[in-house]
Ligand binder design. Structure first.
Ligand SMILES: NC(=O)c1ccc[n+]([C@@H]2O[C@H](COP(=O)([O-])OP(=O)(O)OC[C@H]3O[C@@H](n4cnc5c(N)ncnc54)[C@H](O)[C@@H]3O)[C@@H](O)[C@H]2O)c1
Length: 441
């Protein structure tokens, strides 16, 4: 144990990161920035080549820092798993999506496990960071690793540590977001928390991998359910002719017992729409129906349809139908100021409006073009590709309706209000504007 700690202290401890996406690359950079030698492994050759050339592709990572770390030889990338034979610690940051029937797809974890096990060696630490249901580390990784004859907590170390990164958050990054850590044995916790403690300000140890896995799911289930509540309150407020945003803002003045969550056009991203369903799936194995999760998923998943039905009502008031109307969609990413389209509810809204034969235009400063499909693996020759249109006065004036679906900070909202005929604001981006032409969610 002391040998390992010495190696960590002297930075002779080689770090491996598998999966260099939104989670893995910032983590790799944080280790390298703290003087560790880091090798990233990704199947995507485009990403591997970019890193080795010092080119950044994740918005939250600093371009110059990445280039400098690569130049100094602190950070390298490869698609060859055999480098793991020399690696002391490996953090697994691969996707954990849902399949078409909304069940967990842990195939990425399984594929990585089958590579790691080939190179598992004495003293190695393996940390799973991908969000998943409680039990994954113990049930999917541990038995296969121990089938090599190596014993966990003695010959190798295994843990789960959820990633909490919040893309686009200007305050909280990898370093200053407390990190929960659960090892299979106390020794796994001791090594893992010692290592991560070198790069992260606060480590929160828990007693097991299952507890650590459950922490992450609780955090995102809490968000999903509260956003679901905010969405349902928005629907009810509309029926009562009350502005839901005013209600939430006023409720937020209560100094205790209330935390504000906001409605919107639906959930997006790789976390909140997906993670709770990992837990509800697991519960089905216990013949238990996770009612809150199911209900929140139903309400949140229906928001795009609700937005389209409100759109029909707004156009109806102008004696128009969705069919043949010119509609400008402002913002397609799942939240503001990021370049991530994954699971964006705006894709569903656009798809539904196109099905109803609307003429759709869109603008997004972060997305030049996109296919109107939820699952990129389903893109084919019939898929519709849309291109971002310049947000000009002429464009706005031509539109029957402008829908603000993502409230990017860079939009000039005064300009948008001045030049549009009718606006449906699903994000309260136009808070404070008092104009009959604006309809709020
Ligand atoms: N993005 C977030 O905001 C966020 C936040 C917290 C937790 N998470 C969780 O972290 C995990 C990773 O998410 P992400 O957003 O970084 O995903 P991502 O898609 O941005 O990155 C995953 C990377 O893994 C690579 N990959 C896939 N299979 C691989 C394999 N077999 N071997 C090597 N590389 C492989 C992909 O090429 C990709 O570069 C998920 O479980 C997610 O739920 C994500």
């Amino acid at each position: 144990m002391n040998n390992i700690k010495n190696k960590i202290d002297k930075r002779e401890y080689l770090i491996g990161i598998i999966g260099l996406g939104y989670v893995g690359l910032p983590l790799a950079v944080e280790f390298a920035r703290n003087n560790f030698n880091v090798i990233g492994i990704d199947l995507d050759e485009g990403k591997v080549n970019k890193i080795n050339k010092g080119i950044n592709y994740i918005k939250d990572v600093d371009d110059t820092l990445l280039a400098t770390l690569v130049k100094k030889g602190k950070l390298k990338a490869t698609n060859d798993f055999s480098v793991l034979k020399d690696v002391d610690s490996v953090s697994i940051c691969v996707p954990t999506p849902l399949n078409k029937t909304k069940e967990p797809d842990v195939s990425y974890i399984v594929n990585v496990r089958d590579e790691v096990v080939k190179y598992l060696h004495k003293g190695m630490l393996v940390v799973l960071e991908s969000t998943t249901y409680p039990g994954t580390t113990d049930e999917i990784l541990l038995p296969v690793f121990e089938s090599t004859g190596l014993k966990v907590g003695e010959d190798f170390y295994l843990a789960f540590s959820p990633e909490r990164v919040d893309p686009g958050n200007p305050v909280y990054h990898t370093k200053n977001t407390p990190k929960v850590f659960g090892g299979v044995t106390p020794a796994c916790n001791e090594i893992g928390t010692y290592l991560y403690g070198k790069i992260i300000d606060k480590i929160v140890p828990v007693s097991s991998t299952r507890a650590a896995e459950a922490v992450k799911i609780l955090e995102n289930t809490y968000r999903s359910i509260n956003i679901g509540l905010a969405n349902e309150i928005a629907i009810m407020c509309d029926k009562l002719n009350i502005n839901v945003w005013e209600v939430i803002d006023a409720a937020s003045t209560k100094p205790f017992g209330f935390q504000a969550f906001y409605p919107g056009p639906g959930l997006g991203g790789h976390c909140i729409p997906i993670d709770p369903l990992y837990l509800s799936w697991k519960m089905k194995l216990f013949n238990y129906n996770a009612k809150f999760i199911t209900l929140a998923d139903e309400i949140n998943s229906n928001m795009p349809k609700y937005i389209v039905s409100r759109t029909a009502d707004i156009l109806n008031d102008k004696a128009k139908s969705i069919k043949n109307s010119k509609i400008l969609i402002l913002g397609v990413t799942y939240k503001k100021d990021i370049d991530d389209l994954r699971e964006s509810p705006v894709i569903d809204i656009v798809s539904e409006l196109l099905n109803k034969k609307a003429n759709i235009f869109y603008n997004d400063p972060y997305i030049n073009e996109f296919y109107v499909v939820r699952d990129p693996s389903e893109i084919d020759k019939d898929s519709i590709l849309l291109h971002s249109t310049e947000l000009s006065k002429e464009l706005l004036k031509q539109m029957d309706l402008v829908i603000i679906t993502t409230n990017h900070s860079s939009y000039d909202y005064k300009f948008i209000v001045e030049n549009s005929d009718k606006i449906f604001d699903t994000r309260n981006a136009l808070k404070g504007f008092k104009d009959e032409k604006i309809v709020y969610l």
